[in-house]
Structure formats: structure tokens, C-alpha cells
Design a protein around this ligand. Structure first.
Ligand code: ATP
Ligand code: MG
Length: 386
């Protein structure tokens, strides 16, 4: 076969107003394994690129309407990393130079020698791949740095908050004991006719409720910090876990709340169902936190999706909703302990902090993307193997 290395993947748009030239060149390049589309005018080329981008554009300079240089400038403003090879008339070196100044990869004079053009295409493609790889690497580094910054902040906040929680536990215990003692007194027969006894009783009940709530929060916090500081979750609680079954369980638990407000939760996963070597109870807790956040963030009739996928190394659990979304300022803080935008009786702001701690201790990562009034996507990545 003439198809050589990887050429079949290169996506080319050939732009030239000379029909015969364009058709013949397209045919030859197709025969050599390139994927070719054709445009006879600059305007059409731009429109085609908006619909589907190209790796390489081969662009005639002299065309009626939008000329090659103008077309090149517009291509360079488009997102994507398209490289452009200009074709000039045999005496039009000036046009080629102009093209290079405006960002073209190179220019060739007509008549075009096929092998020469193919070499240029491959060089341009190579450059495109290199730039793409550099961009991906930069993005990856940025993500890792960000995650490290977040992790450091969360650990520091957790340490501080758990210090406070310890301190608060003692006075809480005193308040609870004292309230119990007052209740005992109030229950004595000789106190039954005490003036304003009902008010005292109500006051005591309120104290008890508040103490319970504060106790629950401190307990949650201490628990979360403990999971994180032990670094790895207890391996004896790890089992081969069918993630589809686990997700189904989480959906079943959240569904009553969702269906009250006509919110659908759909679970999809690729066959065979992904599984991971992990702690199912902890992971279930995370899924419940994410799903209930999504349900709470979504208007009546909204949609929540949970999608599973796995490779040999890692499993991905994606929880997505078309709810209210999260603003940029809030997005930077949602994993912090006690960060909440909900009313005091609706949320303590511990759900995501606890979830982050669990996923970290399971050796995984949790990431979020969100757009205000469009929705939110949480992605959990977990190692699959022991
Ligand atoms: N899917 C989501 N859509 C929109 N906002 C969200 C979503 N998930 C989390 N948030 C935002 O992040 C905040 C923190 O979430 P987190 O689960 O930690 O606490 P909470 O839900 O407020 O309270 P808790 O989970 O303790 O009951 C929420 O108050 C909300 O503002
Ligand atoms: Mg929550």
C-alpha cells in the first residue's frame, strides 16, 4: 500500500478556486491516504472549518472574494491549532512572505510538486502535534498544581477545624449534662405546677436539639479529618466492587427525594460494568453526597446523570446535573469544611469536604466543572487495581 505512516489521520481542507487543479490534487492526496475536503472560496472554507476543524489547510492566495491572506488571518483567529500551507502563483513570492508573516506554516509555488507538498503536510502536522502535546502537558501541570494547592489548604483547614471541634466538644458535653439535669428537676412532681413551666420545657428542648446538631457537626468533622490523616483507607475494608451496582444503590436511596420534585436520575455505564478494588461503603457515601447535592441544585423536572467508565488502570464516575451551577468564587471553596450556600437547616457544608477526604484516602481524585445556570459535573477517578 502507498498509505504511509499515520497519513490517514490527517484532516485537510484544500481551498482553491481553480476547479480542475483542486479536484486533481484532492484525488491524488486522497489516494495517498489523507482525509480531504474541498472549498472553492475563502468564505466557504471558513464556514466549513466552523462546522468541522481541519489539521491542515492548503490555501490558494489568489481567489475572488475573500483572498487567501484574509482567509488565513481568520483561520488563525479560530480556536484549534490548524496549520496553513499557502499556494502562490509562480511569480508571487511576495504573497507567500505575507502569508508567513500572518502565521502560515510555509508556502509553495504552483505548479505544486506532489511529493514536496506531502513532505510539507507532514512537517506541518508534526508541528501541530508537538504544540498540542505541549499544551496538554501545560494543562496537566496546571491541574496537578491546582489540586496540590487545594489539598494543602484543605488539610490546613481540616486541622484547624478539628482543633476547634475538640475544644467545642467539652463545653458541649457540659451543656448537654446540665440540660439533662435541669430536665430531671423539671420532671419532679413538685415542679409540675411551677409558673411558666412550659416555657422552661420548650427552652430545654431547643437546647437539646442545638447540642445534638453541633455534636453531629463536630463528629462529622473529626471523622473526616481522621480519614484523611490516616492517608490510606483501611485496606481490610477493600473489596472488588461492582461500580454499577453501587451506583444503582445510591440512585435508589436518593430517588424518593428526587421523584418528589419530578427530577430524573439516569445511570449509564459501559458493558462490561466497571469494577474497582475499593471500600464500597465509603464510596457509597460519596455518591450519596454528590447525588443529593445535584438533586438539591436542580429545579423541579431537572435531570441528574451518573455515568461510569473504566480503563484497565482507572475507573471514572461522573455525576452531572443541569442545575443552578456554581459561580467561579464559590467553585474555589466548595470542598472546604463548612462551606455552604444553603440555609442552616438544609446543609452544613460538610458533604464535599467529607467526599474529598474519602476519595483522596481511596487513592483517587475528585474534580469539578461548573457553569452558572447550566449545571455541574463532578468526576471521580479511582484506581481499579489492588
Ligand atoms: N451539584 C451542585 N450544583 C450546584 N452547587 C453545588 C453542587 N454541589 C455542591 N454545590 C455547592 O457547594 C456547596 C458545598 O456542598 P457540600 O455538599 O459540601 O455542602 P452542603 O450540601 O451545603 O451541605 P451538606 O452536604 O453538609 O448537607 C453547596 O452548598 C453548594 O453551594
Ligand atoms: Mg451536600
Amino acid at each position: 500500500m502507498e498509505n504511509s505512516d499515520m497519513t490517514d489521520q490527517i484532516n485537510i481542507l484544500l481551498v482553491d478556486d481553480e476547479d480542475d487543479f483542486r479536484r486533481i490534487l484532492s484525488k491524488r492526496l486522497t489516494r495517498r491516504g489523507f482525509y480531504i475536503r474541498q472549498a472553492d472560496r475563502g468564505e466557504n472554507a471558513i464556514q466549513m472549518l466552523e462546522e468541522e476543524s481541519a489539521d491542515i489547510v492548503i490555501l490558494d492566495i489568489k481567489m475572488p472574494g475573500m483572498d487567501g491572506i484574509e482567509c488565513l488571518r481568520r483561520i488563525k483567529k479560530m480556536p484549534g491549532m490548524t496549520e496553513v500551507i499557502m499556494l502562490t502563483g509562480h511569480a508571487d513570492i511576495q504573497g507567500g512572505v505575507e502569508g508567513i508573516k500572518s502565521g502560515a506554516f510555509d508556502y509553495l509555488s504552483k505548479p505544486v510538486e506532489l511529493e514536496h507538498l506531502i513532505r510539507k503536510i507532514k512537517q506541518a502536522h508534526h508541528k501541530m502535534q508537538r504544540i498540542q502535546a505541549e499544551k496538554e502537558e501545560a494543562a496537566f501541570k496546571e491541574r496537578v498544581t491546582q489540586q496540590m494547592v487545594v489539598a494543602e489548604r484543605l488539610v490546613a483547614l481540616g486541622t484547624m477545624a478539628s482543633g476547634v471541634a475538640h475544644e467545642i466538644n467539652n463545653p458541649l458535653a457540659v451543656i448537654q449534662d446540665s440540660a439533662g439535669w435541669l430536665q430531671q428537676i423539671l420532671d419532679k412532681p413538685q415542679m409540675q405546677d411551677m409558673p411558666r413551666r412550659d416555657d422552661f420545657q420548650k427552652g430545654l428542648e431547643r437546647i437539646e436539639k442545638a447540642v445534638k446538631r453541633a455534636g453531629k457537626i463536630t463528629q462529622q468533622l473529626l471523622q473526616a479529618v481522621k480519614t484523611q490523616t490516616t492517608e490510606m483507607a483501611d485496606p481490610s475494608s477493600f473489596v472488588e466492587t461492582d461500580l454499577h451496582k453501587l451506583a444503582q444503590e445510591a440512585v435508589t436511596l436518593v430517588e424518593p427525594e428526587a421523584s418528589l420534585r419530578n427530577i430524573s436520575i439516569s445511570l449509564t455505564s459501559r458493558e462490561p460494568h466497571p469494577s474497582a478494588w475499593t471500600d464500597p461503603l465509603q464510596l457509597l457515601q460519596v455518591l450519596l453526597n454528590l447525588l443529593s447535592n445535584s438533586v438539591q441544585a436542580t429545579d423541579d423536572g431537572g435531570q441528574v446523570f451518573i455515568n461510569l467508565a473504566a480503563t484497565l488502570e482507572e475507573a471514572k464516575i461522573i455525576v452531572k446535573d443541569n442545575g443552578c451551577g456554581i459561580s467561579k468564587e464559590n467553585l474555589a471553596r466548595i470542598f472546604e469544611p463548612f462551606f455552604t450556600t444553603k440555609e442552616a437547616d438544609q446543609g452544613t457544608g460538610m458533604g464535599l469536604y467529607v467526599s474529598w477526604g474519602i476519595i483522596t484516602s481511596l487513592g483517587g481524585l475528585i474534580a469539578v466543572e461548573s457553569e452558572v445556570s447550566k449545571g455541574t459535573t463532578f468526576t471521580i477517578t479511582l484506581p481499579v487495581k489492588k
